[in-house]
Design a protein around this ligand. Structure first.
Ligand code: MG
Length: 374
């Protein structure tokens, strides 16, 4: 990047970002130094590298909460990720944070999810207990640092220090002395804001719960009163959509007004100053409690719904069988994974290989290997 181009990126950020944002010019750079791009800043390049990775594309075949057999309306891991990115950018722009970094972090945040969502994760964590267990947040880091191949000279995507640290903070939320950047905290808040709204939408649409059964929850009750005051004669479908729209808009608006007021008081002059303070970018306590109430309901009535428990049990049993099969027969790993299998050991490779699969590929591989195995 010429000095003129560099200053163009920096000038743009100086005009648009608040002093507490993460500026590209202050990035600690990449493990493998690279020439700057002619017209894309470092966090834009991070975002693009994640977007073009195979692990990112595979999110389209990974379930969020509901499987592909349950219909085609509900969110996949990919559409969830896109919703998080959109909501996070909306809030980030309003707070004058670095949108490029926010988008990169949002696209990255669920990239390490295994097939079958959290039940796949639990099963893999049990199977791999002797070799470090499994966490989708940690695996997201492994993917972008070791597994994705983009460059001839080294493995991984060579993301900036800030993007990697953002994901590392997701792995260990209690990293000693490592309060995340505001952009990282924002993506975390946007994640729960997004799934509270879209899981409500999907669960009602799938008929697992009704609005009637949820109307005692404060967030739902308040959103319903707003909808009824502002709209009349809504059919069931439009009522659900209006409710979810309000639920999302209400959470985002509350988060924005709460954080904007606090940030105004603190008057941070740099990202470091914000990180060193006790300020945390998130919902006000009252809204946090209302979200917890909704999340508890979703946990018991939706995530633990008999239909999902049945899918969960079958998926967990199959993950365990697949793990055992690969441990017994490492020759089943595709050729391109054999070198890594020798390097990290067969059980770890089995965990990683299964974790990389989409739900459909997992099912196909399960049936193929278990026919061949028998
Ligand atoms: Mg997520």
């Amino acid at each position: 990047m010429t000095a003129q181009q560099e200053s163009r990126v920096h000038e743009r950020e100086k005009k648009l970002l608040a002093p507490y944002a993460m500026f590209s010019a202050n990035s600690k750079g990449r493990v493998h130094p690279e020439q700057e791009h002619a017209y894309r800043g470092p966090f834009q390049r991070d975002r693009d590298r994640i977007l073009h990775s195979s692990a990112y594309r595979r999110l389209s075949g990974k379930m969020q909460v509901f499987t592909g057999e349950m219909g085609d309306y509900h969110r996949t891991r990919l559409t969830h990720t896109q919703e998080v990115a959109t909501i996070a950018r909306t809030i980030g722009r309003a707070l004058s944070l670095n949108e490029d970094l926010i988008e990169a972090l949002a696209l990255l945040h669920d990239i390490g999810h295994p097939p079958y969502g959290h039940c796949g994760e639990d099963a893999l964590n049990e199977c791999g207990a002797d070799v470090g267990g499994f966490s989708h947040n940690q695996f997201g880091l492994t993917i972008v640092q070791e597994i994705e191949i983009r460059f001839h000279e080294f493995p991984g995507l060579n993301l900036t220090h800030e993007a990697l640290m953002g994901q590392l903070c997701r792995v260990d939320k209690e990293l000693k002395g490592q309060t995340p950047l505001l952009e990282v905290q924002l993506v975390d808040a946007a994640d729960s804001t997004t799934y509270d709204a879209h899981d409500t939408d999907d669960a009602i649409k799938l008929g697992l719960v009704s609005i009637e059964e949820m109307k005692h929850l404060t967030l739902i009750k308040d959103s319903l009163s707003f909808v009824r005051e502002n709209f009349t004669n809504l059919n069931d479908d439009l009522l659900r959509k209006a409710l979810v729209h309000r639920l999302l808009n209400f959470q985002v608006t509350c988060l924005l007004s709460h954080c904007a007021a606090e940030l105004k008081q603190y008057q941070f002059q740099s990202a470091e100053e914000a990180m060193a303070s006790d300020f945390r970018l998130g919902h006000a306590t009252e809204i946090e409690q209302q979200k917890e109430e909704l999340e508890k309901f979703l946990y018991h009535r939706v995530y633990r719904h008999p239909k999902l428990v049945e899918i969960r049990n079958q998926a967990q049993a199959r993950v365990q069988q697949m793990f055992a099969t690969y441990c017994r027969r490492p020759e089943l790993f595709p050729e391109k994974y054999q070198a890594r299998a020798r390097q990290i050991g067969t059980p770890r490779m089995a965990v990683e290989y299964i974790a990389g699969m989409t739900d459909k590929f997992f099912e196909e591989t399960f049936h193929r290997t278990h026919t061949a195995d028998g």
